[in-house]
Write a protein that binds this ligand. Structure first.
Ligand code: TRP
Length: 445
C-alpha cells in the first residue's frame, strides 16, 4: 500500500484547516445572525458553544482522522466497523448537499467582484441595490455561470492534491485573506459613527434570546468550524504522528472565531455608520454593504477587496468539502484523484442548479414550506451536522477513548492534564447538549 500523504508542515495544516473553517459562514452569515439575534447576546452564546462543544468535537474529528489515516467513512470502518461508518456516509451526503448551495453563493461573490470593477455597484440607494441583487440571483442563467466558474476553481485545487493543491493554495490565500480583512476593518471602524456598530456587537441584549437563538448559535458554530461532516477527520488523516494535535485544534478554533468576530467588526460598524439596519438578513453583505461602499471615497475599490475576501474564504472552504468526498473515492473505491474530483465536481454543480433556480423561476416550488435552497441549508446545517457531531463525540468518547487518549499524547508521550475534562465533554456534555438543543430548536421539546 502507498504511504499516506502528509501535510508539508504544521503551519500548512493549520492554514488548510483554518481555510476550511473560515468561509462564507464567518463573513456572510455570522454578522447578520448576530444582527438578527441581539448582537452581543448572540456573540456570548456563540463563544460559549465554540469553546466547549466546538473545540471538543474539532479535536475529536482530527484525532479520529489521524488514528485511522482514512477518509470520513473509512475511519469508522477501520476503527470499529458495524453501523458506525453510517456516520461517515451521512457526512459525505452532507458534503454533496452543502457544497451544492455553498458554491451558488460563492458564485455570487465572484459576480460581485466583477460588478465592482465595472462600476455596476456604484449605487447609493439600498432599494435599487436590493433590486439589483434580487434580479441577479433570480436570473436563470447568470448565477449558474458563476457557480460553474467557482466549481471549476474548487475542482482544480482538489485534483492538484493535498500538498500541491490544498496546502499550497491555503498558504497563499489565507495570508491574503487576513491582510484584506485587516485593511477593511481599519476602513470600517474609522468611519464617523462606527462606534454604534461596535457597541451593538459587544453589548448583549438578552431580551432577544430564545431557544431558537441557542440552536441557531449551535448550528452556526458547527457550520463555521466545519464540524459534523468529517472535513476535519479527512484533514486530520493527513497529519503526522509528530504533530501536537490538540494545539492545532485550538489554533484552528481560535482563528475561525477571530475571523467571525472581526467580520462583525468589519460589517456592523459600516452598517451603523451609514444608518442601515443590522438585521437586514442574508442581504446584509450583498445589498447593505455595497450601499455603504458607494458612499465612501474609493468605494468601488473597497467593494472589490471585500468581495475578493469573500471569494477567497469560500474557495478554501469549498475545497475541504469536496476533499471529504474525493478522499473517500480515492481511499476506498480505488478511483484516481483526478477522475474523482472532476466527476464529483460535475455532480455537485448539477445539484446546485435547483438551489439557484429556487430563488427565481422555481420559486413557487416548495417542500415542507421551504424553497430548495433553504431546504438544503436546513437539512445540512440544522440536522446532518449536529447529528454528525453528536455521534462523532459518542464514538470518540465511548468506542475508541483509550486509543484517542494515546493518540493525543503521541508527540511528546505526556497525557495532557485536561484529558478528562475533554472526556467528560465528548462522553456526556456534547451529546446531551446537542440532542437537547436540536430538539428544542425543532420545537419537539
Ligand atoms: N466552515 C465553512 C464556512 O464557515 C464551511 C465549511 C467548510 C463546512 N467545510 C465544511 C461546513 C464542513 C460544514 C462542514 O463557511
Amino acid at each position: 500500500m502507498m504511504k499516506r500523504e502528509h501535510w508539508g508542515s504544521r503551519l500548512g495544516f493549520i492554514l488548510a484547516a483554518a481555510g476550511s473553517a473560515v468561509g462564507l459562514g464567518n463573513i456572510w452569515k455570522f454578522p447578520y445572525m448576530a444582527g438578527e439575534n441581539g448582537g452581543g447576546a448572540f456573540l456570548l452564546i456563540y463563544l460559549a458553544l465554540v469553546f466547549t462543544i466546538g473545540l471538543s468535537v474539532m479535536l475529536a474529528e482530527m484525532v479520529l482522522g489521524r488514528m485511522a489515516e482514512k477518509n470520513a467513512i473509512g475511519a469508522f470502518a477501520k476503527l470499529k466497523g458495524g453501523a458506525w461508518p453510517l456516520i461517515g456516509f451521512c457526512g459525505v451526503a452532507a458534503a454533496f448537499i452543502i457544497l451544492s448551495f455553498y458554491s451558488v453563493v460563492a458564485g455570487w461573490t465572484i459576480s460581485y467582484m466583477v460588478k465592482s470593477v465595472t462600476g455596476a455597484l456604484a449605487i447609493e440607494d439600498p432599494d435599487q441595490l436590493g433590486s439589483l441583487f434580487g434580479g441577479f440571483i433570480s436570473d436563470p442563467v447568470s448565477p449558474l455561470i458563476y457557480h460553474a466558474i467557482f466549481m471549476v476553481l474548487t475542482v482544480f485545487v482538489v485534483l492538484s492534491g493535498v500538498g500541491a493543491g490544498i496546502e499550497r493554495a491555503s498558504k497563499i490565500l489565507m495570508p491574503a485573506l487576513f491582510a484584506l480583512l485587516l485593511v477593511l476593518i481599519v476602513r470600517s471602524v474609522t468611519l464617523p459613527g462606527a462606534e454604534a456598530g461596535i457597541t451593538f456587537l459587544l453589548s448583549p441584549d438578552f431580551s432577544k434570546v430564545t431557544w431558537t437563538t441557542v440552536s441557531d448559535a449551535l448550528s452556526q458554530a458547527f457550520f463555521s468550524l466545519s464540524l459534523g461532516m468529517g472535513a476535519m477527520i479527512t484533514y486530520g488523516s493527513y497529519l503526522s504522528k509528530k504533530e501536537n494535535i490538540a494545539s492545532s485544534a485550538g489554533w484552528v478554533t481560535l482563528l475561525d472565531t477571530m475571523v467571525a468576530v472581526m467580520s462583525g467588526l468589519l460589517i456592523l460598524p459600516a452598517v451603523f455608520a451609514f444608518g442601515f439596519d443590522p438585521s437586514a438578513g442574508p442581504g446584509l453583505t450583498f445589498i447593505t454593504l455595497p450601499a455603504v461602499f458607494a458612499q465612501m471615497p474609493f468605494g468601488s475599490f473597497f467593494a472589490f477587496l471585500f468581495f475578493l475576501l469573500l471569494a477567497i474564504a469560500a474557495l478554501t472552504s469549498a475545497v475541504s468539502i469536496l476533499e471529504v468526498v474525493v478522499a473517500y473515492f480515492v481511499d476506498d473505491r480505488g478511483i484516481s484523484r483526478k477522475s474523482a474530483s472532476i466527476t464529483v465536481g460535475v455532480i455537485i454543480f448539477l445539484m446546485g442548479i435547483p438551489s439557484s433556480l429556487s430563488l427565481g423561476i422555481m420559486g413557487d416550488f416548495t417542500i415542507f414550506g421551504m424553497g430548495f435552497f433553504d431546504l438544503m441549508d436546513f437539512v445540512s446545517s440544522k440536522l446532518l451536522l449536529p447529528i454528525g457531531g453528536l455521534f462523532i463525540s459518542l464514538f470518540v468518547g465511548w468506542v475508541v477513548w483509550g486509543k484517542a487518549k494515546e493518540d493525543i499524547a503521541l508527540h511528546n508521550g505526556i497525557v495532557p492534564f485536561w484529558i478528562n475534562a475533554w472526556g467528560i465533554i465528548v462522553k456526556f456534555i456534547a451529546p446531551v447538549a446537542i440532542a437537547f438543543i436540536l430538539l428544542k430548536g425543532l420545537g419537539v421539546l
